[in-house]
Design a binder for this molecule. Structure first.
Ligand code: PRP
Ligand code: URA
Length: 212
């Protein structure tokens, strides 16, 4: 895959280790859920690197000093239902005050086009950094539709965080939204004829929620 300025592929042995277990057909729902959370926490560390901070005065037992903190109302995470829900607690582990908005989206099984069915965003979202959460970036249709929706609500600072991506989805998103920084843990080989990522992990929503 080509290098894109706005795409960060996290290349870390701990993430690779966890993704190996996540992919396995023998990994059950409980472990799958925990791994999604843990991998998300590791991506969050990187994706929040340039989050804005504000100077605050802190009194230690020895002296007063100026420190930096991330103000509340700075970041909102936007999980794409259903599978993105599994990533929220992974972000909250590191940044518990992140607001949460929800976008409901499913892929039409025939056309693979995203269909929106729900949207509830935090008040003041247009002033926040909005990070779209979805573990799977396949054709990129769902992520693109989520980004378009956020833009239509006035969001200017938008990021995408995914765990497994197909080259097709990364290319589509990176080209169509050069101002959106994209963070993915790994880019797989390809999409199959049904729009599934190969080798991937199967259907992330079903594996997270035990629905199949
Ligand atoms: C999955 C996944 C993404 C989408 C990715 O959701 O969680 O939202 O597919 O595919 P795309 O990049 O080709 O749009 P799905 O439609 O299976 O819904 P679900 O999470 O409710 O199972
Ligand atoms: N959605 C999934 O859950 N898995 C894929 O491989 C592609 C889309």
């Amino acid at each position: 895959m080509k290098n894109y300025k706005n795409v960060t592929v996290l290349d870390h042995p701990l993430i690779r280790h966890k993704i190996a277990i996540l992919r396995s057909v023998n990994t059950g729902t409980k472990d799958f859920r925990e791994l999604i959370e843990e991998i998300t926490t590791l991506i969050t560390y990187e994706a929040f690197k340039d989050v804005p901070t504000r100077d605050v005065k802190v009194q230690t037992p020895l002296a007063e000093c100026v420190q930096q903190m991330v103000p509340e109302n700075t970041v909102a995470v936007i999980p794409v239902l259903r599978a993105g829900l599994g990533m929220v607690s992974g972000v909250h582990t590191l940044f518990p005050t992140a607001k949460v908005g929800h976008i409901g989206m499913y892929r039409d099984e025939e056309t693979l086009e995203p269909k929106e069915y729900y949207c509830k965003l935090p008040d003041g979202i247009e002033q926040m950094r909005a990070i779209v959460l979805d573990p799977m970036l396949a054709t990129g249709g769902s992520a693109g539709a989520a980004i378009d929706l956020l833009r239509s609500k006035g969001c200017k600072d938008i990021r995408q965080m995914s765990i497994i991506a197909a080259p097709e989805g990364v290319e589509r998103l990176a080209t169509a939204y050069p101002d959106v920084k994209i963070f993915v843990a790994v880019v797989d080989e390809k999409l199959n004829e049904n729009g599934y990522i190969v080798p991937g992990l199967g259907d992330a929503g079903d594996r997270l929620f035990g629905t199949k």
